[in-house]
Design a protein around this ligand. Structure first.
Ligand code: SAH
Length: 385
């Protein structure tokens, strides 16, 4: 596995006194500190650092995230002197939207420019009474899940905290004040637990009463199962957890989700239990339905057995095809039969509705524009020409 598997070392909430970004592979692009990515602790530390009262943090968070103001001059409850000072050394720089697409079912997809060469995709899914934003954590992905098109793009770099929360900020601006983002899922491009500190800072902002004020039940991190990072996550936050399970045994999961070779099911499932603890919370197990691969009654029975003592519910995801995909989606009958067997086995099971198909906005179809630094596409061509 590539070195991109090592979680970055930057610490969440620390003042970004070296604005270049400490994580490996991130090149300095700005000389000013981008305040967009500072969570409360990071913001308080920053103000302390420059000799200001930490309560300024709440004011800044409200201006930026609740009122959408990024011009220091308009922050009227700050003194003129402080505004000038912030203007000199800081900026509030969200990612820019370069393409805005609307699907026939109301799903909306944006292509956002994050630097000169890379773009990421973000999807908004409106439903009765709620609006879910699917955000990305990395430019591309270093993992090689065989059914995911992001994997084919290779990996470029981690997104900074400002670029992660910036997706929410820019999406909310584009949607306007009448459409609220009520839920956020970290299910876009990338493996969030391999960009730990930036993801934690961004999710802290999602939950913060002075920023987006979302409940922990409405912010969901989806992971392929980076076990050590899962335990670290439990120490710093209690957002909801989804795990890309996709197979009832190691042999098949090794193939579909190759990180399983490093963290097999006997390590992953206890880590899931530790994450949710003793309460009533459950981990959502994501299971992509692949025709003839993982969708037989035998797989369903094995899954019931595997999850018998895990506080889990299952979300079946019809496979979304992409060019060069080597799988087909299970038939609606196979999905219905699979779901029925899981429910008979006592598992709460839902089937994800595919949304935004006509604009390639469905799960696993987000590709953006990634300048691959991992040379994955070359390796993949060599394996599967
Ligand atoms: N790396 C994280 C988050 C990104 S994937 C993870 O692995 O969970 C978000 C969800 O979309 C995962 O459950 C993933 O397995 C699913 N997915 C990926 N490709 C897909 C495809 N082609 N069709 C349907 N779901 C897919």
């Amino acid at each position: 596995m590539s070195s991109a598997l090592a979680p970055d070392k930057a610490s969440a909430g620390s003042p970004p006194l070296s604005p270049a970004g400490e994580s490996a592979g991130v090149e300095p692009r700005a000389t000013k500190i981008n305040l967009l990515g500072l969570d409360r602790l990071g913001m308080e530390n920053y103000f302390r650092e420059i000799g200001e009262k930490p309560f300024r943090a709440s004011q800044l968070l409200q201006w930026i995230h609740q009122r959408g103001v990024i011009d220091f001059g308009a922050m009227t409850n700050l003194s003129k002197a402080l505004r000038n000072r912030l203007e000199e050394s800081c900026e509030i720089r969200p990612p820019t939207i370069v393409v805005d697409q609307l699907a026939s079912d109301g799903t909306r997809k944006w292509l956002m420019q994050v630097d000169a060469t890379n773009r990421i995709e973000i999807v908004f899914i409106p439903e009765e009474g709620r609006g879910t934003l699917c955000v990305s954590s990395q430019v591309g992905c270093a993992l090689a899940c065989t059914f995911c098109s992001t994997a084919q793009q290779g990996f470029n770099r981690n997104l900074e905290a400002a670029e992660i929360i910036g997706q929410l900020w820019s999406a909310q601006q584009a949607l306007g004040p009448d459409t609220r983002i009520t839920n956020v899922v970290l299910m876009g491009m990338g493996e969030p637990l391999l960009n730990f500190n930036n993801v934690v800072a961004a999710t802290n902002l999602m939950l913060d009463d002075f920023a987006y004020s979302l409940s922990k039940r409405r912010v969901t991190l989806s992971t392929s199962g980076v076990v050590p990072a899962l335990d670290r996550l439990a120490e710093v936050t209690d957002i909801s957890l989804a795990v890309s399970l996709h197979a009832p045994d190691d042999a098949l999961r090794d193939e579909l989700v190759p990180i399983n070779r490093k963290y097999p099911l006997r390590e992953l499932l206890p880590a899931c239990k530790r994450y949710v603890g003793e309460g009533r919370r459950k981990v959502t197990m994501e299971y992509v339905m692949l025709d003839g691969i993982n969708d037989t009654p035998a797989h369903a029975r094995a899954l019931v057995k595997l999850l018998a003592r895990v506080p889990a519910k299952i979300n079946l995801i019809p496979f979304n095809p992409f060019p060069q995909a080597r799988y087909r989606c299970s038939s609606p009958e196979a999905i219905a039969r699979f779901s029925a067997l899981l429910q008979e086995g006592g598992l709460i099971t839902t089937t994800r509705k595919t949304r935004g198909e006509d604009i390639d906005a469905a799960c696993g179809q987000l590709v953006g524009k990634v300048q691959d630094k991992s040379r994955r596409h070359i390796r993949l061509q060599a394996i599967a020409p």
